[in-house]
Write a protein that binds this ligand. Structure first.
Ligand code: GLA
Length: 731
C-alpha cells in the first residue's frame, strides 16, 4: 500500500487497498489507472465529484498528474462536473449523462459523490479498481469498475448500480462507462453495414454536439452498425503513427455510444446499453451490473492498437483464443436445403478427399410436420427430418469418424418460423405484439429469451444434440432475425425486454459452456450481424459476412482485423466473386480457413491446389492464428493490398499480397515495406500456394530484416499474378 499526503495512489503498484476517504472536502483524491504505456487519471473536485483529469501517455512521476488540470486554460466549466467519470443528470451536469434515475419519491435528480476506492491485483498483468460513489441525498450507490491489462494497455469499464432506497428506482439511462479526452481535434472512424456489406468504414472530424453510434435491432444488433469505433487525437492516426483510442461495447444487444464535443472542445464518450424503450426498474436492494466497455489507447498508430487488442482477445477474452482451429467443409452453398443422407455421405468423403478436419452440416436437416426445405418453415422443430435423414445425425457422425472426419452442425435456436410445431405449441414463447399483425425478418420470429422456459428450451436444443451425438465436434450458432414488435408474454415490465433478452442469451451460453467448455462454436448472424466481445467469450470464432467474394473480403477482413484477431475470423472459400480459386483460397487463409464448394466438381488442378494450400495452412497456421498482424498496404489506398502475420519470436512470417485494382498495368510497381522484423536477422522469402503448373517469379534469396523493412520486397503482383503468398523464414 502506498499513499502520499495528498491522497495520490498508483494502483498498478498496489495489492489490496481499501481506503475510506474521510477528509474529502479538504483533500483531493487522485487515482491514476496505469497500464504499460498509458494513464487514465481520476480526481475528486471541491464538491467531491469524481472527474477525469487525464487520459494519455503515463508519466514517470505520478505526483505530476496533479499538475495537469492547471495546465489547461480552456473556457469556463460552469458545472464543475463536465469531466465527470460517470456523469449524472438532474443536478448540475449540462451534458450527456451516463446515468439518469427517477427515485422512489419521483425525484429525477442525481449527484454521485466519491466515497472510497479499492484496488486488487488479480494476477501479474491484471488489476481491478473499484470506486464507490453515492448520492448524499438519496440512497443510491454506484460502483465504477476499471479492469486493466497492463501489457496490452486494455481497460474494461463497467458499473454496478444499487438501489438502497425504500421503493423502486427507475433507471432511465445506465451506461457502462464514461471517458473524457483532451486534444486539438478528434477524428472518428466508425462502421456501418447491412447484409453482405458488413464493416464499411467512415472517417470524419468530430464536430461540436453529439455523434451517436447505436443499435435498436435487439438480437442481431450489429447489422447496421457494430459497437466498435476508433477516435484519433489531434490528427487522423495512420497505421504506424498517431494517438488513437479504440472502443468497443461488450454487448450483443442494443447499444448506444455518444461522442460529445463540448463547449470546452473536450470529447466526452458515454457508452453502454441503449436506453431506448428500456427504462429499468430497480427494486429495493437490487443491483444492476452493466456490460463492459473496453478501450485501448496507442500512440503508435492503428496498427499497434490493433495488435494490443488482438493479443488481449486471444489471451483473455475469446474462447480458446490461445488454441488452434479446425479447417472445414460446409455444405450451405453447395446444397442449400436440398440434401439427403446419401448426398451427405458423399460430402463426408469429399471432406476427407479435400483434406480438411471437419464437415459442417448447415441449415435444412430438421423439422417434420413443416419440413425445413426452405427458409419459410421448420425453425424451432429441432428433430432430424425423417425423409432427409432417416437414420438421424448419429449415422453421419459415425460415418464421418469412419472417414477420419469430424462432424459439426448448424443451429439457430433463438428463432421460430410461424410454420412450425413450436409456434403452434408455444405461441406465448414468441416475441410478438398480441394485438398487432406479425412482421417477419427472413420469414421468422424471435423466441422470448427473457422467459426461463425458453432459456431451457434453447439450452436443450444444444444439450440434446450432444447427448445423442457425443462426438459432435462443432456448432454453428446462427441468428437471422432482428426484433420487431418487441413484447414478451412472460415479462410484467416490457421495458426490461431488450436487456433481459441478452441476459437470457448469456445465461444459456454460460450453461452450455459449463457443460461443454471447449467445443468450438461459430458465432453467426446472417453474416456479421452479431460480432462483439460480449458474445465472443462463449464462441471460438465468428462469421464476418455471408459475402465471401474474396475482393470484398480483403476490405472487410481488413477492418475487422483492427478489432478482432485472425483466429476468430471464419473465412470460407466459396463460389462468390470472379477471382480464381487460388485468390479465393489465399484470402480465406488469412483467418480460420474453411471451404463451401462442390469438391466433386473441382478439376484435377483445382483439387490439387486446394489440398496443397490446406497442407501449407496446417503447417503455418500457428503464425496466422497466433502471430502479430501488420497491415503493410491498405486496399483502400493502393492497387496492391498487403497483410503480414509475424510469429512473436520474429522468426517466421507470412505475407499475403493481392491485386485489388484491375485497371491497365496495375501491380506492385514499388517494393512494399515489411514491419516488425529483427533488422539484423536474415530472412528467406519463399512463395507459397503456387497453383499447379505455375512457377514463382520471386527469387529464392535471403535479405536482412533491415532491408525488408527499409527498402521492402516486391511480390510481383500483376494481372497474371493477382494473389501472392510469401513465407518469411529466419535463416
Ligand atoms: C445465414 C448464414 C449462412 C447460412 C444460412 C442458412 O444466412 O449466414 O451461412 O448458414 O443462414 O440458412
Amino acid at each position: 500500500m502506498q499513499k502520499n499526503t495528498r491522497g495520490l495512489i498508483g494502483i498498478a503498484a498496489i495489492t489490496l487497498l481499501s481506503f475510506l476517504q474521510q477528509d474529502v472536502f479538504s483533500q483531493k483524491v487522485t487515482i491514476p489507472i496505469e497500464t504499460q504505456h498509458n494513464a487514465l487519471v481520476l480526481q475528486t473536485n471541491a464538491t467531491n465529484n469524481l472527474g477525469i483529469i487525464y487520459l494519455g501517455p503515463k508519466l514517470s512521476d505520478k505526483i505530476e498528474y496533479e499538475a495537469i488540470p492547471a495546465a489547461y486554460k480552456q473556457t469556463t466549466d460552469y458545472t464543475g462536473v463536465a469531466n465527470a467519470a460517470y456523469a449524472t443528470s438532474g443536478s448540475r451536469n449540462l451534458f450527456e449523462p451516463a446515468i439518469t434515475v427517477t427515485h422512489a419519491d419521483g425525484n429525477n435528480s442525481l449527484d454521485l459523490q466519491y466515497v472510497s476506492y479499492e484496488t486488487k491485483k488479480l494476477d501479474d498483468n491484471t488489476s481491478l479498481l473499484t470506486i464507490v460513489l453515492k448520492d448524499p441525498v438519496y440512497e443510491l450507490e454506484v460502483k465504477l469498475f476499471y479492469k486493466t491489462w497492463y501489457n496490452e494497455d486494455v481497460t474494461e469499464q463497467w458499473t454496478e448500480i444499487k438501489n438502497n432506497e425504500k421503493g423502486n428506482v427507475v433507471l432511465q439511462k445506465y451506461a457502462s462507462a464514461g471517458l473524457y479526452l483532451k486534444a486539438d481535434n478528434f477524428y472518428l472512424r466508425q462502421y456501418h453495414g447491412d447484409w453482405a456489406k458488413e464493416m464499411q468504414p467512415e472517417e470524419s472530424r468530430i464536430t461540436h454536439g453529439i455523434k451517436t453510434l447505436d443499435s435498436k435491432l435487439g438480437t442481431r444488433a450489429d447489422l447496421f452498425q457494430p459497437p466498435v469505433f476508433m477516435v484519433s487525437l489531434n490528427k487522423p492516426a495512420t497505421e504506424d503513427e498517431g494517438s488513437v483510442l479504440y472502443g468497443a461495447l461488450e454487448w450483443s444487444g442494443n447499444f448506444k455510444i455518444d461522442l460529445e464535443l463540448d463547449n470546452q472542445d473536450n470529447l466526452r464518450i458515454i457508452a453502454g446499453v441503449n436506453n431506448h424503450a428500456s427504462p429499468y426498474t430497480l427494486k429495493p436492494g437490487e443491483v444492476l451490473t452493466t456490460p463492459a466497455f473496453l478501450s485501448v489507447l496507442s500512440h503508435k498508430g492503428k496498427g499497434e492498437a490493433s495488435r494490443q487488442l488482438q493479443a488481449w482477445a486471444r489471451n483473455y477474452k475469446l474462447l480458446d483464443g490461445k488454441g488452434t482451429r479446425l479447417t472445414l467443409l460446409n455444405n450451405w452453398e453447395s446444397t442449400y436445403f436440398d440434401f439427403n443422407e446419401t448426398k451427405l455421405k458423399a460430402l463426408l468423403k469429399d471432406t476427407k478427399e479435400l483434406g480438411v478436419d471437419l464437415f459442417l452440416l448447415d441449415d435444412g436437416w430438421f423439422a417434420n410436420k413443416y419440413p425445413r426445405n426452405d427458409d419459410h418453415a421448420g425453425l424451432g422443430d429441432w428433430q432430424e427430418n425423417k425423409s432427409k435423414l432417416p437414420n438421424g445425425i448419429a449415422t453421419l457422425v459415425s460415418e464421418g469418424q469412419h472417414n477420419g472426419v469430424r462432424f459439426g452442425i448448424w443451429v439457430e435456436p433463438e428463432m421460430v418460423n410461424p410454420k412450425s410445431e413450436l409456434y403452434e405449441k408455444h405461441p406465448d414463447w414468441v416475441v410478438r405484439q398480441p394485438k398487432r399483425p406479425e412482421y417477419y425478418f427472413r420469414n421468422q420470429l424471435v423466441l422470448d429469451l427473457t422467459n426461463p422456459q425458453v432459456q431451457d428450451f434453447v439450452f436443450n436444443v444444444i444439450d440434446n444434440l450432444f447427448t445423442k451425438n457425443p462426438n459432435l465436434a462443432y456448432i454453428k450458432w446462427d441468428c437471422n432475425a432482428v426484433v420487431y414488435n418487441a413484447y414478451s408474454a412472460h415479462l410484467t415490465n416490457q421495458s426490461h425486454f431488450y436487456l433481459q433478452y441478452v441476459q437470457g442469451l448469456y445465461s444459456v451460453l454460460q450453461r452450455i459452456r459449463k457443460k461443454y467448455p471447449t467445443v468450438p462454436m461459430m458465432l453467426c448472424s446472417g453474416g456479421g450481424g452479431r460480432v462483439d466481445y460480449g458474445a465472443l467469450q462463449y464462441f471460438t470464432e465468428f462469421w464476418p459476412s455471408d459475402n465471401t467474394d474474396p475482393l470484398e473480403r480483403i476490405f472487410m477482413q481488413w477492418e475487422y482485423s483492427y478489432f478482432y484477431p485472425a483466429i476468430s475470423s471464419s473465412n470460407h472459400v466459396t463460389d462468390w466473386g470472379k477471382q480464381p480459386l487460388k485468390y479465393r483460397t489465399d484470402v480465406a487463409m488469412m483467418g480460420k480457413l474453411g471451404f463451401d464448394i462442390v469438391v466433386s466438381k473441382l478439376n484435377a488442378s483445382d483439387l490439387e491446389f486446394c489440398r496443397y494450400a490446406i497442407k501449407n495452412y496446417d503447417a503455418f497456421k500457428y503464425v496466422i492464428l497466433q502471430g502479430d498482424q501488420y497491415r503493410l498496404q491498405d486496399p483502400r489506398d493502393n492497387a496492391v493490398a498487403a497483410m503480414m502475420y509475424l510469429n512473436p519470436d520474429k522468426r517466421s512470417g507470412i505475407v499475403f499480397n493481392y491485386l485489388v485494382n484491375n485497371r491497365y498495368d496495375e501491380g506492385s510497381a514499388r517494393p512494399i515495406k515489411m514491419k516488425g522484423l529483427d533488422p539484423r536477422q536474415r530472412y528467406r522469402l519463399t512463395e507459397l500456394n503456387l497453383y499447379p503448373g505455375t512457377t514463382s517469379t520471386i527469387a529464392d534469396k535471403s535479405y536482412t530484416g533491415e532491408f525488408l523493412m527499409t527498402v521492402g520486397y516486391n511480390p510481383d503482383v500483376k494481372a497474371s499474378r493477382t494473389s501472392v503468398v510469401l513465407l518469411v523464414k529466419a535463416e
